[in-house]
Design a protein around this ligand. Sequence first.
Ligand SMILES: [Zn+2]
Length: 123
Amino acid sequence: MTSAAGELAACPVCGHPAGPEAACGECLWTLRSGPQPGPITPELRREFEARLEAARHTWDTTVAALLSPERETYQDQIRGGLPQAAEWAAALQRADLAARGAVEAGTLHARQVKSCRRGLTDV
Ligand SMILES: [Zn+2]
């Protein structure tokens, strides 16, 4: 998929190339949804921006935890700034699962759905 400018569309959270799926196959961010009734109010826009910022922060924190066990090492690369201690602890757990080859249930489900749509059996 490409943008109107002809650029390859990417997930706004993780940068993974965006295909035709409704959710990003890497981070599960909703890329497409059905039409919503009513106007886009400032409150809806603020709510969306807050969810996007939180998702970016969580993504960046997890990637930083994969690269280093020290919270401050990649703090300049984490959108939203240095994670709180609890956020860092959760990111270390996600990084540990990823390093062991495990995936979270939501990610696994997204990959299974993606594979089923393609008619593949491997996930
Ligand atoms: Zn993504």
